[in-house]
Design a protein around this ligand. Structure first.
Ligand code: URA
Length: 424
């Protein structure tokens, strides 16, 4: 007879848990037989002592089997993409249409914002009429017809992760490599894409702060994927400064449209080209450089832009009705010099505070607010030249709060690359 206290004690003593013990803990937590305080204690022991590969494979498997699974075997090839979360990260909105216009089925289940990071579903909901709740049948029908569908995670897909993640969020147990890896991979495997590209964000604005930890997480996710017959590639990308120019839901949709129309922030371009060419190369089984040429062609001939418009319309969205606030303020630089740093974490927090994200689960997002950067890291700025535009609506913001997110220096310092590494 298994007992939760013995399981907690065993993990506290850094002993390996059996599959039955992990299953007992997870399933009984989902069924409400185990209370939050005992589950938190077990999660903290895992955070501190880690897990063996065997334990992680078992945990992932148990989470996958806690709910419904998608079967996409009738659609081929399918490639999925996941981001570990960042600020100004509108890559899914841009990648989906590019990759679909290259002839690959993009079946994407996305999430809402978490903490200071934004979520694709919130961004898409800023488009009036857009339906983020597709049924399984509609999801598959849409992919068959236009090769691209993005829907929110169904309630039944990996319910164990939903419950455990909510608890981790409030018990200081998010930052655990085994828990992050099994949480992400269980959802990717249950949603059944055969090839998966993971954009693993590293830096102050990300969950993972160092390249060493990012490498460990990448290797673990690849192992879990291979164990489940999925090909996984992780790209470690910078998340110290916000990605691209805009932060905020409708503003990011507008930037996605601009990008596909050829107006690209350099850092966003670098990330998109890398992720898109990897996805296309995996999906079509072609060399990455050939995939990159195809990606460029689909952007240049506007097929990707048209795919974006087609997909939005198909899911009921009306891009003509996309609105951003007209209460706009131009924030000027207090100094002349080079922009050395733009703090993604601080900007993400500020965006949340002015209404672009949620403070509590019940909050209603203000899609019209956010920031558009006029300068990026490495740019030269004159005193009183515009640094950033602030779009406010119901809430206010002090000028010091936003200018404090920028570090401007007289001389040009060492700048970090955007793409750190690709691990296969
Ligand atoms: N994203 C997830 O889905 N799970 C985690 O644990 C962290 C990031």
């Amino acid at each position: 007879m298994l007992d939760i206290l013995e399981i907690i004690n065993k993990k506290r003593e850094n002993k390996e848990l059996t599959k039955e013990e992990i299953k007992y803990a997870i399933n009984n937590y989902v069924n409400k037989e185990i209370p939050d305080y005992q589950m938190s204690s077990l999660l903290m022991a895992i955070c501190i002592n880690g897990m063996s590969d065997e334990e992680i494979f078992n945990l992932t498997d148990i989470m996958i089997n806690s709910g419904e699974k998608l079967d996409l075997s009738m659609i081929n090839p399918t490639v999925d993409k996941h981001s570990t979360g960042g600020v100004g990260d509108k890559t899914t909105l841009i990648l989906g249409p590019i990759v679909a216009s290259c002839g690959i089925n993009v079946c994407k289940m996305s999430g809402r914002g978490l903490g200071h990071t934004g979520g694709t579903i919130d961004k898409l909901e800023s488009i009036p009429g857009f339906n983020v709740n597709l049924t399984k049948e509609d999801f598959i029908k849409q992919i068959k017809e236009i090769k691209l569908a993005i829907t929110s995670q169904t309630g039944n897909l990996v319910p164990a992760d939903k419950k455990v993640y909510a608890l981790r969020d409030v018990t200081g147990t998010v930052e655990s490599i085994p828990l992050i890896a099994s949480s992400i991979m269980s959802k990717k495997i249950a949603s059944d894409a055969s090839k998966i590209v993971i954009d693993l964000k590293v830096g102050e604005g990300a969950l993972i702060k160092t390249k060493e930890d990012a490498k460990k997480l990448a290797e673990l996710m690849i192992k879990i994927g291979n164990h489940n017959n999925k090909e996984v590639v992780c790209v470690l990308t910078d998340m110290n400064e916000p990605l691209g120019f805009s932060i905020g839901n409708a503003l990011e949709v507008r930037e996605a449209l601009d990008f596909l129309d050829g107006n690209m922030a350099p850092d966003l371009k670098e990330v998109i080209y890398k992720l898109a060419s990897l996805m296309v190369s995996l999906g079509l089984n072609i060399k990455e450089e050939n995939a990159l040429n195809l990606v460029k062609e689909k952007i240049e001939n506007k097929e990707a832009l048209n795919k974006f418009k087609e997909f939005i319309k198909y899911q009921g969205g009306d891009l003509d009705k996309l609105t951003v606030s007209d209460r706009v303020f131009s924030i000027k630089s207090p100094y002349t010099g080079f922009v050395k740093e733009i703090d993604a974490l601080k900007i993400g927090e500020l965006a949340k505070n002015i209404g672009a994200g949620r403070q509590t689960k019940e909050d209603i997002i203000d899609y019209s607010v956010g920031f558009v950067l006029s300068k990026k890291v490495g740019d030269y700025v004159l005193q009183d030249e515009e640094l950033v535009k602030v779009y406010l609506n119901k809430k206010d913001l002090s000028i010091a709060d936003i200018t404090n997110c920028f570090k401007i220096e007289n001389e040009l310092g060492e700048l970090n690359p955007i793409i750190y590494e690709v691990i296969k």
